[in-house]
Design a protein around this ligand. Structure first.
Ligand code: AMP
Length: 468
């Protein structure tokens, strides 16, 4: 089957060719006609299958059929929600490339960066908005975004959105989108919560299933090394030193782990960049750009980079730590072996991770072939978790200079016994409670609403009109 037979218009066919796509992938063959006919779609598609073009091309075509006149203001007609900033940026880049010379304007909204440019893009007007839920809600609350004209609503990576605690945000956003709309929901896995969400947001959807998540792409060569925790760094450096590793994405379970691995690799003379949720968005984007451009051939990441990221020609993925959830294994290794290329996924497993490995192998339905290295496993006793002392008995933290960083916090009981107005003693005035930034706002680096000095929203006029 060719793209021509999918009834895409001439400009989109030219753009598809420019991207080097010759034939539609299975998800594109199944989804494009459904979206063009206005159907709701529930897509269960493995990452790297060409899912973005499967919804972006028909959305562009539908928007092109009803373009506003030159003098009419642009309103948001398609909204795509996605869980991570990098994925939002990637989908936006795809929309720009697939939509070249179509007059359809796209805009991307995510946290961790100043909102000014995003607000300016909204002022100029956009037909398509690709957004992470947190920043979108923030801009909606400030009156910069209005969704009353959205006719196509896409929830990408719905299961990931649930994982990241976005479900309430998603529901709040969905409630602001008109009921009469076309909804497309994509998810690599279909846990019960995603099915429940699907029932709430979709109307008579057509179900499209392509390669369920429990079957990792066949093109990926998988193998596993049993290795002690302390020797993982040596094994990693030796593998990365090999000539067959062109570029490699290394997954660690924790943010500290990412920083430590990057340090150790640099010490071993291997340049590496790190990416995790505590880095600023500009650090994350710079690291990703260096890695994607080939300037640095090793990127170490938490599972933040496990989903959706498209790194052209990634030759290796290394699971330095076993993932907490077995599904993450499929997503991690899915960064390689994309778009018809082959790839290698190497996993490390120490004695503390044997249980997680068993879960991964159960999910994929077969054992991962073992390999041996010069650092075989020698520790067979799992590490005992350290017992945690009750709060009041924990030693004070000590700074680099050897001073106590802060007094040990009193136990809850002691706090309860303290008189109201503070435990500091007689005559102390009660201290006002410090307001806390909501956790996600803090993570995305957004200022609290009261501190913002932003230009007035331009779309106020529309909003007043729509409220009647
Ligand atoms: P996605 O699953 O949308 O992230 O796409 C994965 C990769 O497949 C991206 O690099 C796309 O550029 C590429 N791709 C998408 N559709 C096609 C196609 N029909 N033929 C070849 N490559 C494609």
């Amino acid at each position: 089957m060719s793209f021509e037979s999918l009834n895409l218009n001439r400009q989109l066919l030219i753009n598809v060719k420019k991207n080097g796509y010759e034939k539609p992938t299975p998800i594109q063959r199944a989804t494009i006609p459904l979206v063009l006919s206005g159907q709701d779609v529930l897509g269960c598609a493995q990452t790297g299958t060409g899912k973005t073009a499967a919804f972006a091309l028909p959305i562009l075509q539908r928007l092109m059929q009803k373009m506003p006149a030159e003098d009419e203001p642009r309103v948001i007609r398609a909204l795509i929600l996605t869980p991570t900033r990098e994925l939002a940026q990637q989908i936006y880049d795809n929309f720009v490339s697939y939509g070249e010379k179509t007059r359809v304007v796209s805009c991307v909204l995510y946290g961790g960066v100043n909102q000014l440019k995003q607000v300016e893009a909204l002022h100029r007007g956009a037909d398509v908005v690709i957004a992470c839920p947190g920043r979108l809600l923030d801009l909606m609350n400030q009156g910069y975004v209005h969704l009353e004209n959205v006719g196509i609503f896409v929830l990408d990576e719905a299961d990931r959105m649930l994982d990241m605690g976005f479900i309430h945000d998603v529901k709040r956003i969905a409630a602001c989108v008109p009921q009469r709309r076309q909804t497309l929901l994509f998810s690599a896995t279909m846990p019960a919560e995603v099915e429940k969400l699907a029932m709430e947001v979709l109307h008579n959807p057509k179900v499209v299933k392509v390669n369920p998540v429990s079957s990792p792409v066949e093109a990926i060569d998988q193998c596993l090394y049993y290795v002690d925790k302390a020797n993982k760094k040596h094994l990693l450096a030796s593998l990365l030193g090999g000539s067959e590793v062109e570029n490699c994405l290394v997954f660690s379970r924790t943010k500290h782990g990412v920083d430590r691995i990057v340090r150790e690799l640099k010490r071993a003379g291997i340049d590496a960049v790190g990416i995790h949720g505590d880095k600023t968005q500009s650090q994350r984007q710079t690291a990703l750009n260096r890695f994607k451009s080939g300037d640095c051939r090793v990127m170490v990441a938490t599972d933040i980079a496990a989903r959706g990221l498209d790194i052209a020609g990634l030759s290796h993925v290394i699971n330095y730590d076993q993932p907490m959830e077995p599904e993450a294994y499929i997503h991690r290794i899915g960064r390689t072996g994309r778009a018809g290329h082959t790839g290698t996924a190497i996993s490390f497993c120490c004695i503390d991770e044997v249980k997680q490995l068993a879960q991964v192998e159960k999910l994929i339905g077969r054992p991962i072939p073992r390999r041996e290295s010069e650092w075989p496993m020698t520790v067979f006793t799992p590490t005992e978790p350290k017992p945690r002392l009750p709060r009041g008995e924990r030693p004070a933290q000590v700074t680099m200079r050897g001073e106590a960083a802060e007094k040990p916090r009193p136990t809850r009981r002691a706090e309860e016994r303290a008189p109201r107005g503070g435990a500091a003693g007689k005559g102390t005035a009660p201290q006002p409670r410090r307001s806390r930034m909501p956790e996600r706002t803090a993570r995305e680096g957004v200022q609290p609403a009261a501190d913002r000095k932003m230009p007035l929203p331009v779309q106020r006029v529309n909003r007043r009109r729509s409220r009647g």
